[in-house]
Write a protein that binds this ligand. Structure first.
Ligand SMILES: NC(=O)c1ccc[n+]([C@@H]2O[C@H](COP(=O)([O-])OP(=O)(O)OC[C@H]3O[C@@H](n4cnc5c(N)ncnc54)[C@H](O)[C@@H]3O)[C@@H](O)[C@H]2O)c1
Length: 379
């Protein structure tokens, strides 16, 4: 059996980057990983600078991800990295993922999986052939109360929600309400460039989170949608706002909204699911609360860290009730459970997002675009 800590290498996450530091914190949080190598930036100097801050040995701060994979593979088995985490802009995910999987590394990649279905299928093929496991870091699936919602809904008619009828999911932000990319702001610049981001702007960046949350919580796939997208900011090459009507395989329907032009909104991701007996509501800006609706009792709040929660929700919390846990810990849960699957030789638990969730996310972006292009036809 592989022992902890697992040796992690990172691609992306250089100075000023957003999610690389989140992945590092999450992976190291439980002692299951140690960060040993990186191709942290396309600029070698910046990579070296960040590597020094993060305690990566200078000779393992590589000039490119290609060099990193080759050099790490050549190291003795008990020294080389075992897992590669991919935290670059979207257009690089597939090349790095395929090369890493082909070389036998385990891969943790952020969403969206990639920029089109063809690339997504190619990653899936590489993963199927590889001895490496693949994790897609749809982090909200690691939140204890999201997992609680999923567990309650999975009980079907014998549970408090019953059979699912309606799903309302939204992710509202305001940070792209103006032409921020014109200022050179790095995160806005690549996210509004279809070459580096892919064709779906708000759709890829936050719509995929909403889509994944809806499928994860209900345990059902969306079978059809009717989509609409807009760019409110003049000259922007990708959507900054989108909506979709949804149909689910179990007969439910619903609505998804994602927007980056809702002035003043931060990370307003929320989901409400209503069934034949009751409903659930979760808001990521208050992640420790799950509201349960019923006809008899009115709204009741379940909270992280309590013994009345499902086993999965309980095991997903680190501290006693009343001490807030959130974004970082939800990533931490994914990394810890991924590490456990690697350590024990797999497979990954069903609730961990993998290639399948990644393909679904890319298809969602393409479906909304196809529906919008066809004059809002069902796709
Ligand atoms: N799950 C989430 O909540 C979440 C949140 C934010 C971003 N993301 C995803 O994470 C990824 C990165 O987003 P971000 O906001 O951190 O972007 P960012 O622009 O802040 O960081 C990207 C990093 O990749 C580096 N990079 C670019 N080209 C490279 C190359 N060839 N080799 C090595 N490094 C290279 C950049 O130098 C930078 O350090 C995206 O796929 C995004 O969708 C996910």
């Amino acid at each position: 059996m592989t022992t902890y800590p697992l040796r992690l290498a990172m691609v992306g996450g250089g100075p000023g980057a957003f999610i690389g530091a989140v992945h590092r914190t999450a992976a190291l949080m439980d002692g299951a990983f140690t960060l040993v190598a990186g191709a942290l930036s396309s600029d070698h100097k910046k990579c070296q600078e960040r590597a020094a801050e993060w305690g990566i040995a200078p000779d393992r701060a590589y000039a490119s991800w290609q060099e990193m994979l080759t050099a790490e593979q050549a190291l003795p088995e008990d020294v080389r990295a075992q897992v590669v985490s991919i935290v670059t802009p979207n257009h690089l995910h597939h090349e790095v993922a395929i090369a890493a999987l082909d070389a036998g590394f385990h891969v943790a990649c952020d969403k969206p999986l990639t920029t089109n279905s063809e690339n997504a299928e190619a990653i899936a093929k590489a993963a199927a052939k590889s001895t490496g496991l693949f994790l897609l870091t749809h982090n909200y699936t690691g939140a204890p109360m999201v997992r609680e919602a999923r567990e309650l809904i999975a009980q079907g008619e014998s549970g408090p929600i019953g059979t699912v009828r309606k799903v309302y999911v939204e992710y509202l932000q305001g940070w792209l309400a103006e032409d921020l990319e014109a200022s050179g702001q790095k995160q806005a610049a690549w996210r509004t460039d279809p070459k580096r981001n892919g064709p779906g702007g708000s759709l890829g960046d936050i719509g995929t989170h909403a889509h994944n949350l809806a499928e994860f919580v209900t345990g059902q796939r969306i079978t059809r949608l009717l989509g609409s997208r807009r760019s409110f900011v003049d000259g922007r090459a990708v959507d900054d706002d989108a909506m979709a009507l949804l149909e689910f395989e179990g007969g439910a329907d619903g609505m998804l909204r994602c927007s980056q032009v809702c002035v003043g909104r931060e990370n307003g991701l929320s989901i409400q699911v209503f069934g034949t007996k009751g409903g659930v509501e979760w808001r990521q800006e208050h992640p420790n609360d799950l509201t349960i609706y019923s006809a008899d009792e009115g709204p009741v709040t379940r909270r992280t860290g309590n013994g009345y929660l499902s086993a999965l929700a309980q095991s997903s919390a680190r501290v006693p009730a009343g001490h807030p846990e959130g974004y970082l810990e939800s990533f931490g849960n994914l990394y810890l459970e991924f590490a456990d699957a690697i350590r024990t030789g797999g497979p990954m638990p069903d609730h961990l997002p993998s290639i399948e969730a990644g393909i679904r996310g890319v298809q969602f972006i393409e479906q909304v675009i196809a529906s919008d292009d066809a004059g809002n036809a069902w796709a």
